[in-house]
Each structure stands twice: as structure tokens, then as C-alpha cells.
Design a protein around this ligand. Sequence first.
Ligand SMILES: Nc1ncnc2c1ncn2[C@@H]1O[C@H](COP(=O)(O)OP(=O)(O)OP(=O)(O)O)[C@@H](O)[C@H]1O
Ligand SMILES: [Mg+2]
Length: 182
Amino acid sequence: MEDLSLHILDVAENSVRAGAGTVAIRVEEDSRGDVLSLEIEDDGEGMDETTKKKILDPFFTTRTTRRIGLGLPLLAEAARAAEGRLSVDSAPGKGTRVTAVFRRSHIDRKPLGDIVQTLVALILGHPGTHFVYRQAVDGRTFLFDTRTLRVELEDAPLDSPSAISLIRKRLQEGLASLRRTT
Ligand SMILES: Nc1ncnc2c1ncn2[C@@H]1O[C@H](COP(=O)(O)OP(=O)(O)OP(=O)(O)O)[C@@H](O)[C@H]1O
Ligand SMILES: [Mg+2]
């Protein structure tokens, strides 16, 4: 996988599969500390100790349709390649939090990639799930929440053309505001 946004998509899909009502995605960049971190937190069914121990093994999956679960091992590998690490905090009935940290300036740190496309894919693919996206760059933050968006859309479905263009617009504006230096 080329971009971190594709890893985010994969980990968030795990959350949806675990029955999450809300999936919160956080991306934080700290250029002084030279850290980039990703966090995907859900209120899904969670994992017991045995599953948690096995998740970094690429041959373990509870999927029945495919044999290999590569999502978390690949993200762990991407983090390690950039002097970072992956941690998973999870308990049955309590949900799951996956955190990956990277050395931001590391030559092998993957670029964030197209986060707008990832979020649009998640929202359209899972209209029954709430998504919260928070990105922080050196203390500046941007928050996007499908719950508040729904209110604004006055019950127009999230997969209607007008909703999709509003979602894209909000995300693009928000991300651009993080990059402005004035
Ligand atoms: N958020 C989560 N909540 C509950 N269980 C999870 C969560 N994330 C991962 N798991 C468990 O860990 C296993 C491994 O996840 P991983 O993403 O590595 O592979 P996969 O989802 O099974 O397959 P792939 O990502 O290749 O489609 C899952 O099958 C699931 O049992
Ligand atoms: Mg997966």
C-alpha cells in the first residue's frame, strides 16, 4: 500500500466489520517533535486477549471469505519502516483503538495520500456508521463529523449527489486550512 490513507481505510473497515456505531479517525502531525500519528478508534465489539495477541500475525483472520488478514500487519510494518510502531488497545464490549506512530521526516514514511477519497469511500460504503475525522498539524485542527453534516443536509441521504459534493467541499476546505501558513 502506497499511502497512509489506504491503511486508514483498511483499519476503519475493520471497525465497521466489528459493528461500530462511530469510527473516530485522528491524524496528528508535529513537525517540531518530528512525529506523525494515526489513530482509529471504534465502539465495536472489541477483541479478547487471544485475538489481540494474534492480530499482528498475517495468517490470522476471523474473516471467512478470505484466508489472510493483512491490514494490521501491513500498518505495523509501515510504522516500523519509519522508526515508529503500532499499538492496539481493545477489550470485548469496549471497542478498539489502533494507534500508529511514525517519524514524520523519515525517508520511508509513507505520504498521507488522498484522505478525502478515503473518507468519501467510508461514508458512502457505510451510511449507517458515524465517522469523525480530526486532523491536527502543529496545533492547528480540523474536525469533520458526519453527525453534524447530517443535520446540515436536513435528512438528504449521505450518498445523494448534493451530499457527496458537500462532503468533498468541507473536507477539501478543512484540509487546505491546515496547510495555510498565515
Ligand atoms: N477494530 C476491530 N475490532 C474488532 N476486531 C478487530 C478490529 N480490527 C481487527 N480485528 C480483528 O483482527 C483480525 C485481523 O485484522 P486485519 O485487518 O489485520 O485483517 P482482516 O481484516 O482479517 O483482513 P484484511 O484486512 O486483509 O481484509 C480481524 O479479522 C478481526 O478479527
Ligand atoms: Mg482488515
